[in-house]
Design a protein around this ligand. Sequence first.
Ligand code: UD1
Ligand code: CA
Length: 454
Amino acid sequence: MNPLHVVILAAGQGSRMKSALPKVLHPVAGKPMLHHVVDTAKQLGAEKIHTVIGHGADQVRASLHDDSVNWVLQTEQLGTGHAVAQALPDLPDNARVLILYGDVPLTRKDTLEAMVSDLDDSNLALLTVDMDNPHGYGRIVRNDQGQVQAIVEQKDATAEQQDINEVNTGILAVSASHLKSWLPTLSNSNAQGEYYLTDIIAMAVDNGLSVTVSQPLNPFEVQGVNNRLQLAELERWYQSQQAERLMTEGATLADPARIDVRGELTIGNDLWIDVNAVFEGKVSLGSNVVIGPNCVIKDATIADGAEIKANSVIEGAVVGANAQIGPFARLRPGTELAANTKVGNFVETKKAVVGEGSKINHLSYVGDASLGRNVNVGAGTITCNYDGVNKHKTVLGDGVFVGSNTSLVAPVSVADQATIGAGSTITRDISEGELAVARGKQRNISGWERPKKA
Ligand code: UD1
Ligand code: CA
């Protein structure tokens, strides 16, 4: 089949966003709208993705470094037909061309695949949608046999045409050779003085092409974003889709309306996810995982049976099977917790590798550390890993018991089964099985009299 080229229009200003950020860079589900469109184009197997930019061109270009994207500059926004024409020199004659929009981020791959799969020189594929209130959109004009004849823009439509409820989504596909013969002949003598891409429909009909019309499964697929209200609508639709998927795949959601997936979330079976969970980046949750309320989990792997209790924040971490995390725990990048570990409230970990069955239950900072199996870290233990310039490591062997309120001044190493008395400041290595106590000796002074007011 002829190669597929995608042209994405993204040169408009988006003034109704009231934003310094170009419209197409506003995120849906944590990803710029334009990047959603580029990703979809790639999933379709596009040989090249031509993105027409104008307003905020530098920012838009800088947001995406990708060899399959060709940036096409449209210095003046003279209309959608003019925009596509800017990409013509970069389109091979034999290409099938699909036109998409940087501010229409959530079109399903299947919807577009259906349009381009049967495309050849004899047809033009058009995506339309029926709207209760079609005001503002281009209307699909059909003849008595129901064949599409033209698209008429709102401002150019007769009163009769304005009653048509079938509207143009803007998305269409046609071969490059046709675009190359039609676009240079567009005129801008219309109500808006613009070169309309939509005028090519009548040209296609004149040239004897058939217009193949399809519609999306859901109108949100073709909803564009002109302001932040529409952005929020799309975001909620996207999230409701994610929630449905997760429930279908085996997660019980306390409230499907209170979960946000901004990235790629994969799950096992029989999970329980409480309200206000936010998942970012690449997250994988095993079977029987329980996520408490208000957790933020980013780029993490959580194994079967682990429980993340309320208000925990996890980033760049691996959590082993049946581990118990939180409430109020913070796992930072490089944290690797083995099975049956416990990290309790107000504990922060970073670059900490923790062996099976070890516990850090309360109020601790454990960073640049490696802990063996069945280590018990008492409340208020701090690894002093930073000397102001360099980071140093703390190593605790299997079965080590760290008394509460201990400072471990790294680099320091504590061998298997060693015990540290509470309140110690440990600056030297401890050998296997030893007890280390490093704190001021207690003196009890009898007959002590408290000072009195003079
Ligand atoms: C367009 C269609 C209309 C359709 C509607 C769907 C035309 C003439 N009309 O109207 O039939 O119902 O979309 O939303 O095509 N753009 C550029 N360069 C330009 C002009 C536009 O890149 O010179 C981009 C804009 O950034 C925008 C998109 O193309 O993302 C659509 O342009 P816009 O002016 O909003 O078209 P509409 O008037 O909405
Ligand atoms: Ca528009």
